[in-house]
Design a protein around this ligand. Structure first.
Ligand code: SAH
Ligand code: SF4
Ligand code: F3S
Length: 482
């Protein structure tokens, strides 16, 4: 395929799953832009539709097939009008199921995994050639689920057209931990860290393009051990300190981390690097040592408590978020009670909780002692009741504080903008559009179940502003009910 000047074709990417997929989707758009593909937020009328998929739970995978049913109708209608619509399945379902997807949904023209999307223009050429019978590509769709030896990051365009004031940056991929419930080590492959210099260079470009906040991404982001410019191995703490020196970068975050990789330097960075925001997503999955062991998590519930204590010693206003799985095979009432106890003791500002979903090929799926759907649902409800109450209390405690908010998008109500505060809360306020992409002080008036609202108190018109110091809040442990 040849590079063209004007953007004459439409590309629609629909993203499922984690933030790594959000980042990958943005990069797919970057890869296709030089070939004339403009990003579109509608599948209808698009020349190329990519579903960037997630395989983590059964529901996530099912969603992809029902979306493909809808796309089939759209593709047929396009064909009637003499338009060609290519359909691609990317991401973790693509990696896990490969050709099976084309067999089950023949409407799919291309299947490619998370490691090969830098080859997208070539795949599109092959798929188009297959349709016209040129190039010998007839029959089944084009499938590319290699784990190529080359580093895809070296083959992606440097300029990103799709990242805004709050940008994502993938620094680490894959996972070697093999938790017994999880598909990620199979879909994303072995752990890999990008060299620190490449990460810093990409961060500089993002900041030059208007980013005030960067979230560093990785399936196990704190297992980061990239080659530093000094030839030594850099951990995440060292990398964060280097990134914090970039002029104009106001905020840093990272996700998702594993308790096992929370090292001393990273914990210290939470106390020493002001740009590192006081919010951490640290999945614990369960509060039962027996379950943590069969999950192969490699830490106990008390290890987790100790890590949290050390983090809060370093940064007293740190708010925590976590992931939980209920109904893991063999989970007894007592195991579940241990999870509830841990939740009450630690106190979370936000959390994600899931019913265990058996995934083919993972060790836990073949354990005989599976729980019933009804048991899983009851436990999920009990856990979510506590987590929701904690989140609400955390949000209510913000009322009366002034928080620096990075406005990222328009709100549902006219005249309203929405952005994030330091503790990751969504904060709504009436504000002029020119404040999109700026950090503005907002006095919080209301704290709801999922978000906050308030009014703008400091407005900086120069575009770039320094973060406003938030007014103090009581430490999270005192804000969440037991
Ligand atoms: N790397 C991250 C998690 C990535 S997957 C970590 O180690 O924490 C995101 C979340 O999905 C997990 O934290 C887990 O809570 C959930 N999850 C993963 N596999 C699951 C499964 N089979 N059933 C239910 N939830 C699952
Ligand atoms: Fe999955 Fe465990 Fe790896 Fe996280 S650490 S991605 S849960 S295997
Ligand atoms: Fe889903 Fe793959 Fe992310 S399975 S959670 S999209 S790594």
């Amino acid at each position: 395929m040849s590079k063209t000047g004007p953007l004459s074709k439409k590309l629609h990417v629909k993203t499922y799953g984690c933030q790594m997929n959000v980042y990958d989707s943005a990069r797919m758009a970057d890869v296709m832009a030089p070939y004339g593909y403009a990003a579109s937020d509608r599948a209808d009328g698009a020349d190329l539709v990519i579903l960037n998929t997630c395989h983590i739970r059964e529901k996530a995978t099912e969603k992809v097939y029902s979306e493909l049913g809808r796309l089939r109708v759209m593709k047929e209608e396009a064909a009637k009008e003499g338009r060609r619509m290519l359909i691609a399945v990317a991401g973790c379902v693509a990696q896990a199921e490969g050709e099976e997807i084309v067999r089950r949904a023949p409407v799919v023209d291309m299947v490619f995994g998370p490691q090969t999307y830098h080859r997208l223009p070539e795949l599109v050429t092959r798929a188009l050639g297959r349709e016209t019978g040129r190039g010998g590509w007839r029959g089944a769709g084009v499938v590319d689920t290699d784990f190529p030896a080359e580093d895809k990051f070296d083959h992606l365009p440097e300029e990103s057209r799709t990242q805004g004031a709050a940008a994502f940056l993938s620094i680490q991929e894959g996972c070697d931990k093999f938790c017994t419930f999880c598909v990620v080590p199979y879909t994303r492959g072995a752990e890999f860290s990008r060299p620190a210099a490449a990460v810093v260079a990409e961060a500089r470009r993002l900041v030059a393009g208007g980013a005030l906040e960067i979230t560093l991404l990785g399936q196990n982001v704190n297992a980061y051990h990239g080659e530093g410019p000094d030839g030594r191995d850099w951990g995440l703490g060292r990398l964060i300190r280097a990134l914090a020196e970039i002029d104009g970068l106001a905020r840093l975050r990272y996700t998702t981390s594993h308790p096992r990789d929370m090292d001393d330097d990273l914990i210290a960075a939470h106390g020493e690097v002001p740009a590192l925001m006081p919010y951490l997503h640290l999945p614990v999955q369960s509060g039962s040592d027996r379950i943590l062991d069969t999950m192969n998590r490699g830490h106990t519930a008390d290890d987790y408590r100790r890590i949290v204590d050390r983090l809060r010693d370093a940064r007293p206003d740190l708010a925590l978020s976590s992931d939980f799985i209920v109904g893991f095979p063999g989970e007894s009432d007592r195991d579940f009670a241990d999870t509830l106890r841990l939740v009450r003791e630690v106190g979370f500002a936000q959390a994600y909780s899931f019913k265990y979903s058996a995934r083919a090929g993972t060790p836990a799926a073949s354990v005989a002692d599976q729980l019933s759907e009804a048991e899983k649902s009851d436990r999920l409800e009990a856990l979510q009741q506590i987590l929701n109450a904690q989140q609400r209390a955390f949000n209510e405690a913000a009322v009366g504080s002034v928080q620096p908010v990075l406005f990222e998008r328009r709100g549902n109500r006219p005249g309203q903008l929405v952005g994030r505060g330091p503790w990751m809360q969504s904060i709504h306020a009436e504000a002029p559009e020119r404040l999109l992409g700026a950090i503005v002080g907002v006095a919080v008036d209301l704290g709801g179940a999922n978000s906050l609202s308030g009014h703008v108190v400091t407005v900086e018109t120069a575009g770039r502003v320094d973060p406003v110091a938030p007014s103090p809040q009581p430490p999270p442990a005192e804000r969440v009910p037991a």
